[in-house]
Write a new protein. Structure first.
Lengths: 279, 296
C-alpha cells in the first residue's frame, strides 16, 4: 500500500499544506507571493460581500434540494423496490441520468429551459401549466429552481438505488408479520421501512448534502453567476477569484474556508462508511 | 441492449411480500413507475431528436418536439469543431485510461495489504487513504495548478489524470479491500504453504478472483474521468487540450454570441454516449459497485 500512500501524500496532503501556506500570501497568476498574514481572511470575512452571498446561496440551494432528493428518491424506491420486470426496467431508466456528466446534463437543461427554443418551457405552455415561455435565468429565484430541477433529474436515481437496496435487505418475516397484524401500507412505511433503513437515509443525506455544498457546473453553465452575482456558489466563487481574476492567494483562503465547512460533514460520512465496512 | 442486463435484480430472490396488495394497486404502481421512467428519459430523447434536426430547425421559434427533416449537419459541425472531435475524444480517452491505470496500480496492492496483513496503525493508514473524501478536490485545485505548472504537468493528460485518479482512490481502496477480505483464507494459506511468495499469491491466485471488483473500480474511474468538468476546465486550458465536456461548453459559446442549439445537442449526445453504453452493458458491475461502495 506504500504507492497509494505516497500518491495521497504527494497529491492531497502536500497540496493541502501548500494551500494553507498560499492562503497567507498574495500569490496571483501574474506573480506575487508575498506573505501578507491574515489579510486574505480579513478580506473574506469583512471585505467581500460576494463571499457571504455565495455562501448563503449555496446553503439555500443545499437546504432546498437535499430534502427534495431524499423524499423523491425514497418515494421512487418504495414505488419500484419489488423485483417485478416492469419495475426493474423503470428503475434502470430512472437511474440512467446518474451516469451522465453534470456538465453535460447542465448543457442539456440549459437548452430545455431556454425562453425561445426550450422544450421544457414549450411543454409547460402546451400543458397549460404556464401561459408563456418562462425566462428562467434573469431572476435568481427562478434560476435556483431551474438548477434544482435539472440536478434532481440527474441525481435522484442515486438515492433511489441505495434506498431500494436498503428496503430489500429488510427481512421478510418482519414485513409479513406486520401484514398479518393488518398494518396498512403507510403504517408499514412509517414503522418498518423508514426506521430500518434509517442509517442508509442518513448516509445518503450526508453524501448528497456534501455534493450540493460543492455545486459548480450547473451554475457555471446555466447562469454564469448571474444575475448580478446572485447565483455564485462557494466553489464557483473560488473558481472566479482564483482562475478568472487570477487571485490565487485569495482563492486559497476561500478554499481553506470551504474545506473547513465540508470536513465536519465528511468526517461523519467516513466514520459511518468505515464502521459499516467491518463485518 | 439486452433486456436481461437492464433488469438485473438487486438481490435476485427478493420480491415484495405479496400479502393483501391487490392486483389493481400493483397495476397502478407499475403504471406510475413507467410514467416516471418516461419523464426521466424524455430530456435525453428530445436532445437526441434535436441533434438530428437541421441547424435551422433546431433553432426554430417556437420549437418542434420532432424533427421535420432529418440531418447529420449538427454532427458534422461537432466533428469538425475547432481542432476536430477526435482530438477531444482522444484527450478524454487518454486521461481516463491513465486514471484507470493509476487507480488499479495503486488500490489493488493497497486493498490487498489492508485485507491480508494485520499491523499497528492499519486503521490510521486506511483513513489516510480516505483523505480525498474529507478534503474536497475543488479546494485543492489552486495548489495542484501551481504544482503542475512548476513540474511541467500543466495542460497534460497525465496531470489531469492524476486529479481524476485521486478522486477515485477512497472508493476504490474501500472496494478492493472488501473484495480481498471476501476471499477464503484457506486458499491464500494453502498457496503460501506450497511456497508461493506473497507477490505470487496476489498475482496468481487472488487477482483473478477479485477481477469483478477490478472491473467495477475501472468502470467508475472511467465514468468519473470522462465526466469530470472543473479540474478539466482549469488544468486543460489550451484549445487542443480540452476534454469532451469542456469542448461542448465551447460549442455553446460559439460564434457571434448566438447559440447553435443543434450542434450543442449533438455535443451533449456525443458526451453522453460512452457512459450510457457502459451503464447499459455493464450494469451488473456498476450497480454492485455503487451498493458496495456507498453503504454496506
Amino acid at each position: 500500500m506504500a504507492p497509494a500512500l505516497l500518491f495521497v501524500a504527494a497529491f492531497v496532503l502536500y497540496p493541502f499544506g501548500q494551500l494553507i501556506y498560499t492562503s497567507f500570501t498574495d500569490t496571483s497568476l501574474l506573480g506575487g507571493g508575498q506573505w501578507i498574514g491574515l489579510a486574505n481572511y480579513n478580506r473574506i470575512f469583512s471585505g467581500d460581500p460576494q463571499f457571504w452571498r455565495s455562501l448563503l446561496f449555496t446553503a439555500k440551494y443545499t437546504a432546498i434540494i437535499t430534502p427534495i432528493l431524499m423524499g423523491l428518491g425514497y418515494a421512487l424506491a418504495l414505488l419500484t423496490a419489488s423485483n417485478d420486470r416492469v419495475l426493474q426496467l423503470a428503475r434502470s431508466i430512472i437511474f440512467m441520468p446518474v451516469v451522465v456528466g453534470l456538465g453535460t446534463s447542465s448543457l442539456l437543461w440549459y437548452w430545455l429551459f431556454n425562453q425561445q427554443v426550450g422544450l421544457f418551457n414549450q411543454a409547460l405552455v402546451d400543458l397549460h401549466l404556464s401561459d408563456r415561455m418562462i425566462v428562467w435565468f434573469t431572476a435568481a429565484d427562478w434560476a435556483l429552481w431551474a438548477v434544482i430541477i435539472s440536478v434532481t433529474w440527474k441525481v435522484v436515481g442515486f438515492g433511489m438505488i441505495l434506498f431500494i437496496a436498503a428496503i430489500q435487505s429488510i427481512s421478510h418475516e418482519i414485513v409479513e408479520a406486520s401484514q398479518m397484524d393488518g398494518a396498512s401500507y403507510w403504517k408499514r412505511v412509517q414503522l418498518i421501512y423508514l426506521p430500518l433503513t434509517f442509517r442508509t437515509v442518513l448516509l445518503v443525506t450526508l453524501i448528497s448534502a456534501i455534493g450540493s455544498m460543492l455545486a459548480f457546473e450547473p451554475l457555471y453553465i446555466m447562469t454564469g453567476g448571474n444575475p448580478r452575482g446572485q447565483t455564485f456558489t462557494s466553489v464557483y466563487w473560488i473558481y472566479q477569484s482564483a482562475f478568472v481574476k487570477f487571485q490565487l492567494g485569495y482563492g486559497s483562503a476561500l478554499s481553506v474556508v470551504l474545506t473547513a465547512t465540508i470536513m465536519a460533514a465528511a468526517v461523519i460520512q467516513v466514520y459511518l462508511t468505515s464502521r459499516s465496512g467491518k463485518r | 441492449m439486452t433486456d436481461a442486463a437492464l433488469s438485473k435484480p438487486l438481490s435476485p430472490a427478493w420480491t415484495a411480500p405479496k400479502g393483501r396488495a391487490r392486483q389493481g394497486t400493483r397495476l397502478i404502481a407499475a403504471a406510475a413507475a413507467v410514467f416516471v421512467a418516461a419523464l426521466m428519459l424524455a430530456p435525453i430523447a428530445v436532445s437526441f431528436l434535436a441533434s438530428i434536426k437541421t441547424t435551422a430547425e433546431a433553432s426554430a421559434v417556437p420549437p418542434h418536439y420532432l424533427p421535420q427533416t432529418l440531418s447529420i449537419e449538427n454532427y458534422q459541425k461537432i466533428y469538425f469543431y475547432q481542432a476536430g472531435l477526435w482530438v477531444y475524444v482522444g484527450n478524454s480517452v487518454v486521461v481516463a485510461a491513465l486514471a484507470i491505470l493509476q487507480v488499479i496500480l495503486l488500490t489493488v496492492p493497497a486493498g490487498y495489504g489492508l485485507a491480508r496483513y494485520n499491523f499497528r496503525g492499519k486503521e490510521f493508514l486506511f483513513l489516510l487513504l480516505l483523505l480525498p473524501l474529507m478534503i474536497p478536490y475543488q479546494a485543492l485545485l489552486v495548489p495542484l495548478y501551481l504544482m503542475f505548472a512548476k513540474i511541467g504537468l500543466a495542460n497534460t493528460t497525465i496531470g489531469l489524470s492524476i486529479v481524476h485518479a485521486m478522486l477515485q482512490i477512497p472508493f476504490s481502496v474501500y472496494l478492493m479491500r472488501n473484495a480481498f477480505e471476501g476471499l477464503p483464507k484457506e486458499l491464500v494459506e494453502a498457496a503460501t504453504i506450497d511456497g508461493a511468495g506473497s507477490v505470487q499469491v496476489l498475482l496468481r491466485i487472488a487477482l483473478p478472483l477479485v477481477l469483478p471488483a477490478i472491473i467495477t473500480v475501472s468502470l467508475f474511474a472511467f465514468i468519473t474521468s470522462w465526466n469530470e468538468f472543473l479540474a478539466a476546465l482549469i488544468m486543460m486550458n489550451k484549445e487542443t487540450s480540452f476534454t469532451v465536456p469542456v469542448m461542448v461548453t465551447g460549442v455553446r459559446i460559439g460564434q457571434q454570441s448566438s447559440v447553435d442549439w443543434g450542434a450543442l445537442q449533438a455535443g451533449v449526445i456525443v458526451s453522453m454516449i460512452p457512459c450510457i453504453l457502459i451503464y447499459i452493458l455493464l450494469q451488473k458491475y456498476y450497480v454492485s459497485g455503487l451498493l458496495n461502495g456507498a453503504v454496506k
